[in-house]
Design a protein around this ligand. Structure first.
Ligand code: PEP
Ligand code: MG
Length: 615
């Protein structure tokens, strides 16, 4: 422990300086070297920032100014509620006002600022958590309610502090590795565009949208590192290395480890350059089957990446991210149109598949839904939400029809579980077209209207859906979640979330088989498509169209070129008959080992015949 009176963050013991490693789940590959900044999502933009010892008194004064401002805000609210709702309810704010004068709170915050030499925001957060935990431990309803009051008071002070003098992440010069309890997809977008080089998240999993965003931004991420913030508490800006391949966070790396990782960063950049070079070539298997590898796009900056990495069009544009980025405002028709046009023109003559809003569930739509219910992923989500809120959906549909004139637009509907949903959408399309005709606005209907297959019921009736839809795109992220009853965001069941489950292989075979029999296109745009170990299984199921994040396009193409489709059907047949995911994994590993040996022999033979071999 530091000597008494000495700032806790400043005097570090050998124990604190020692290198340590925290294991998690690698969810976005890559290596990040930087400084850890803890962030709590319970309040927006809350960072732990060191304060120079000579500025500690100013920081305490800043805290007191914020308390005064928070008190004024609470008084105003109290008066308003008193007038409109009566004195009884207004009394709640008296209790909150009391907290603002309570010495436990005030002195607690001051002590944190002074002893740890940290910013007032973080000190308020730490003090509130301390007091809340004490309240919550007491088994009395009344006191637990006081913990709620305290949470609110903390928020008032934090908001006031941020208005008084807002600490920015850009105050930190090095790359920032965000250490968070959880992150929403929009937080990941916002932070990822600052000087953030890595994410370490205590919750979350490989297919949560936050980690999908991390991959879109090319930011390495590790999830499931529970307790990491606790280990870093009291120590602002600890140097860290985040290894998104292995799923590890190394705190206070020693010089040798730092050197090793810097070398790996350099090697990574060279590998990426090589992949880009071979990314433009078409993906053809060894037995001459051409396979399309398209790109999944979440953010506008990925459109260039899709072209650079050689994608054959956009297989999935997650349009809800336009909404998430604009939130709390709703994107207007012109916002949609501008983006869709850019997308369509950038990938022409290939198709751009734009998915209508998939909001609800974890992609919270506060402006659309007052509450998303007890079980949001089974609630008003995807096509259900858009059909339920036509006034918002129509803006998007108008823009989509107008965007059709710029090229090869395919529209795709998310989370379809019934034939009626497709029919209802076609009616919306007809209505909007009539409206545009009446307004004299030029438009063109999409070349194709397709659906995501991500609900097991849709997979089972895919023969019927194939009569109504022009194409399918299989969303394994959700299909696995719903088929195996495993929440894709829950780290506690992450080990059960297995694409190798025989049920999934059977579902894939059914859907792809039904699509091919009906003569419609079928692609796969879930994260499974981006895993090159699974490519043989997908090709063996008959899949000829993949959609992956732009950076994965070259690697998947490369894998496809090494395979011949003929033996893969037999591999899939063996896997579909396996009893367990482990047995499927064993079949796959045996296949890959034999295949990699063959590939190595083929390379050696061709090198020897061209005179490049060892002499
Ligand atoms: C999926 O579910 O596989 C998918 C691609 O959609 P999202 O990840 O946006 O839910
Ligand atoms: Mg989905």
């Amino acid at each position: 422990m530091p000597a008494s009176g000495e700032p806790r963050g400043a005097g570090r013991t050998d124990e604190i300086d020692a290198m340590e490693q925290v294991e998690g789940l690698g969810v976005a590959a890559g290596i990040a070297i930087g400084r850890a900044v803890c962030i709590s999502m319970r309040v927006p933009d809350l960072f732990q920032i060191p304060v120079a010892p000579e500025r500690v008194d100013d920081e305490i004064a800043r805290f007191h100014r914020a308390v005064t401002q928070a008190q004024e805000e609470i008084n105003l609210l109290r008066a308003k509620v008193g007038q409109e709702l009566g004195e009884e309810l207004a009394g709640i704010f008296d209790a909150q006002g009391l907290f603002l004068r309570d010495p436990t709170f005030l002195e607690g915050v001051e002590a944190h600022i002074r002893n740890e030499a940290i910013n007032a925001e973080w000190a308020v957060y730490e003090t509130s958590v301390d007091i809340q935990q004490r309240f919550e431990a007491i088994d009395a309803e009344y006191l637990r309610a006081r913990a709620e009051d305290l949470r609110d008071v903390g928020r008032y002070v934090l908001r006031a502090l941020q208005g008084v003098q807002h600490h920015q992440l850009s105050d930190i010069e090095d790359g920032v590795v965000i250490v968070a309890d959880d992150l929403t997809p929009s937080d990941a977008v916002r932070l990822g565009r600052k000087n953030v080089v890595g994410f370490a998240i205590e919750h979350g999993s490989r297919t949560s949208h936050t980690t999908i965003i991390a991959r879109s931004l090319g930011i390495p991420a590790v999830a499931g590192v529970s307790g990491l913030r606790q280990r870093l508490s009291d120590q602002p800006e600890v140097p860290v290395i985040l290894d998104g391949h292995r799923g590890a966070v190394i705190l206070r790396p020693d010089a040798i480890t730092q050197h090793r990782y810097r070398e790996r960063l350099r090697a990574q950049a060279a590998e990426e350059a090589a992949l880009i070079r071979c990314g433009q070539d078409v993906a053809v298997t060894r037995d001459d089957v051409t396979v399309q590898v398209m790109a999944n796009i979440d953010l506008p900056e990925e459109i260039d990446d899709a072209c650079r990495y050689g994608a054959a069009g956009v297989g999935l544009y997650r349009s809800e991210f336009l909404y998430i980025e604009k939130s709390p405002e709703l994107p207007g028709e012109e916002d949609h149109l501008a983006l869709y046009r850019t997308l369509i023109e950038a990938v022409a003559p290939h198709p751009a598949i734009i998915r209508t809003y998939d909001l609800g569930g974890r992609k919270i739509a506060r402006e659309l839904l007052a509450s998303d219910g007890e079980n949001p992923v089974l609630g008003l989500r995807g096509i259900r939400l858009t059909l339920a809120r036509p006034e918002i959906f129509r803006v998007q549909v108008r823009a989509l029809l107008r965007a059709g004139i710029y090229g090869e637009l395919w529209i795709m509907l998310p989370l379809v579980s019934t034939v009626e949903e497709i029919r209802a959408f076609r009616r919306v399309l007809d209505d909007v077209a009539t409206e545009l005709d009446a307004d004299g606005i030029p438009y063109r209907r999409p070349r194709k209207l397709g659906i995501m297959i991500e609900v097991p019921a849709a997979a089972v009736i895919s023969d019927l859906l194939a009569r109504e839809a022009d194409f399918f795109s299989i969303g394994t992220n959700d299909l696995i979640q719903y088929a195996l009853a495993v929440d894709r965001n829950n780290e506690h069941v992450a080990s059960l979330y297995r694409p190798q489950h025989p049920a999934l292989i059977r579902l894939l075979r059914t859907v792809i088989g039904n699509a091919r029999r009906a003569g419609i296109e079928v692609s796969l745009c879930g994260e499974v498509a981006a895993d090159d170990r699974l490519t043989p299984l997908l090709l063996g199921c008959g899949l000829r169209r993949f959609s992956v994040s732009p950076r994965r396009v070259p690697a998947i193409k490369q894998r496809i070129r090494t395979l011949a489709t003929a033996p893969l059907e037999a591999l899939v047949a063996r896997c579909a008959d396996c009893a367990t995911s482990d047995e499927v994994e064993a079949e796959l590993s045996a296949f890959l080992a034999a295949h990699d040996d063959d590939a190595a022999t083929a390379t050696a033979t061709s090198a020897a015949s061209s005179g490049d071999g060892p002499t």
